[in-house]
Each structure stands twice: as C-alpha cells, then as structure tokens.
Design a protein around this ligand. Sequence first.
Ligand SMILES: Cc1cc2nc3c(=O)[nH]c(=O)nc-3n(C[C@H](O)[C@H](O)[C@H](O)COP(=O)(O)OP(=O)(O)OC[C@H]3O[C@@H](n4cnc5c(N)ncnc54)[C@H](O)[C@@H]3O)c2cc1C
Length: 373
Amino acid sequence: MLLVGAGLVGLACAWQLQRRGHPVLLVDPAIDGPPAVDAGSWAALGVLMAQVFHRSSGRGWRLRQRSHALWPQWLAALEAEGHGVARRAGLLLLASSADELARQQRLAAERQRRGVPLDLWSAERLQGLRPQLPAAALGGLHSPSDGQLDPGQAMAALLASARAGGLNVLSEAACRLERTGHGAGGGWRLIGSTGSRVEAPWLVLCAGVATAALLERLGHSLPMEPVLGQALELELEDGLEEGLDSLPAWSRPPGGWPGAVLWRGINLVPRPDLPGGRRCWLGATLEPGHLADPAALRDLRGWAGADLGWLSRATVIRAWQGQRCRPCRQPAPVLEVLEPGLVVASGHYRNGVLLAPATAEWVAERIAAGRGA
Ligand SMILES: Cc1cc2nc3c(=O)[nH]c(=O)nc-3n(C[C@H](O)[C@H](O)[C@H](O)COP(=O)(O)OP(=O)(O)OC[C@H]3O[C@@H](n4cnc5c(N)ncnc54)[C@H](O)[C@@H]3O)c2cc1C
C-alpha cells in the first residue's frame, strides 16, 4: 500500500501495517531529507493527555483510552529492539480560577468512580513545589498515568524499526494522485516530485495540512486549517527536582516532580535527560494560521504570567514552531475511508502524538476489513 506522510501519525501507521504483514511504501521527502518545516510532529512536546480528557464517552474518549493502553506496549516493543524513547509519567493540571478548580473536582470524582487514578492537589499541597509553580495556582489535578514522551525519538524509533522489518520508502513529495480503476479491482497511482510512478490497491493519507490539497485533486473536499504553535527549550540554573529532598515528607510529590505541568494552556515539560540535566520545554502557543506572533512568544516565555524568578533567569536554548492540522467541518481527528482503498488519517490537531497508536490500529483494521467494507 501507499502511505503518504511520515510525521508521527504516518510512521505509526507504517510501523503497525508492516508488523501486520502488509507491504508498505512510505512516501515523504522528510524521510531522508530535513524535517518538513511546517509539520506538527517535529514541533510537538509529546504530552499525552488521555485520563484528564474532559469527556467520558464518544469517539474522542475511546481513541484516547486506546492510545493510553497502546503506547506502553509500543514503547516496550521498540525498546526490545534497541530503540529507546525518553518518557516520563505524570501530568499536573493547575487551576487558575474557581471555575477550573470546580471542573477538576467534578472530573476527579467521575474518574475515581471508573477506577481511573486522578488526585486533587490542594493549594497547600502545591505549596511544597513552590517557588517552582505559579503562586496564583488555586489547586491542581494530578494524573500519575498520563505523561510525556519525546516525539522526535519516537519517530526515529518507529522508522528504524519499520525499516529493519523491510519498510520501503520513497523520499520525495507526492505531487499527484490518480485512480487506476474503480470498485474492487481499482487502485491508486502516485506520481512523485522526481517523476516516480508507483501503484497499489490502498492509499493512506497522513500528510498533515497538505492532506486537504491532495484530496481536492481527487474530488474530495475535506478542508483543514493550520494552527501554529511556538515552543521553547530552556536551561535552568537549577533542575526542577533539585530542592525537593529538603521538603517535609507530606508536601513532597510522590516519585519526585509531578511530571509535565499545565498552567493556563501552556505545558512545562521537564527534560532532565537532555544535556546538562537542567532543561525543560515550554509550549505551546495556539495561533490560528501560519504566522507566529511575537506577543504570543513573550507570553509563552513568562509561562502565561506565572511570574517566577527561576523562569526569568533561565536561558533560551532553542525556539521552534510547527503547525497543528485542524479539520474545519468536523471534530479532530479525521479517520475516514472516503472510497474503496482510500483512507484518510489526518487532522489530529493538538493530540497527534497521543492518538498515533489508536489511529494506526484503526487504519490497520479498516484495511483488514477489505476494500469493499
Ligand atoms: C508546537 C506543537 C506542540 C504540540 N504538542 C503536542 C503534544 O504535546 N501532544 C500531542 O499529542 N500533540 C501535540 N501536538 C500536535 C501533534 O504534533 C500533531 O497532531 C501531530 O504531529 C500530527 O502528526 P501528523 O503525522 O498527522 O502530521 P505532521 O507531523 O504534520 O506530518 C505530515 C507529514 O506529511 C508530509 N507531507 C506533506 N505533504 C506531502 C506530500 N505531498 N507528499 C509526501 N509527504 C508529504 C510532511 O513532510 C510531514 O512529514 C503539537 C503540535 C505543535 C505544532
């Protein structure tokens, strides 16, 4: 089958399909070239928000739950092949208003009834993590089983594993897609940027924001829009976890630092595994369109008004941006079989890293069901 797009979602699909015995040709100029400048996967922070999702039913909930179960299995399988991926358990959502605090309390009660471990952290409990956390936080919701992984390492691991298993790649852009026939006997032809022509019975599109344009030429209208995100890597004077040992036992977070911390929509992601052991990521802004706003970057640099001395003294090591792909007329993500043999797995908006394994499983199941399904 032809699979267009080697971001995290495309790589997850390629890896899964190939492990299930399907011959896959993965097409993307970024495979052996530089990462796509506007792609989401190279910009992502890798925060996995499954258990703290605000809904408790429906497709979004099911996909998140499935990915939550699959990621540990996938990472173990990749690690067994020698492809380690840095990851960290724990996610703390800080409440900045009484309404947010009340929402967290309702969510914790509902999840606890389902046996999902979510803990409410009082303002007193947060006291133990100050001065690292914003003084204005009224409380928090901690999820020990959500967390974060390094998306770049995950992509490298999936590609290396799939290639070792025989994945075929074409490192060029798909310029044109054509039908080679209709119905059960039909298939797809892809014409690449250097004139390569390849054919297969299945075509899977995971090309992020470019998916809509590729589909348009096939007569399908599935508009998607970019939402830009900026992020920063910072080096701190002291690591976030330094100093926790001196705290009284009651206020010390079990297992050390609570993991990624979300404050007013911006994640602080500790990265003690990066050189020097005192780095963190901060992101991401939410800016509809292609253009980065310097004011949004300033707000990000201050962690949305957190007003923290250690943060203002931190050094910016790296700044980057990428585009999330948001479907215009339907909820994210777009998982659809548009006609026999044509599968779309794109438009994952803010959760493509989390949803990659469940997406890949969905794609593999559609293909197993056959072209007539
Ligand atoms: C700043 C930022 C932070 C984020 N943080 C998180 C997070 O913490 N957690 C989370 O779950 N999600 C996060 N996301 C969202 C996540 O990154 C995306 O949902 C996900 O990466 C989408 O992956 P994808 O593979 O569908 O698309 P992309 O990563 O955009 O990849 C698309 C691929 O298609 C290729 N392509 C395009 N056109 C063609 C063509 N014509 N031929 C061949 N190939 C083509 C591109 O080269 C690219 O490699 C974040 C996004 C951003 C921007």
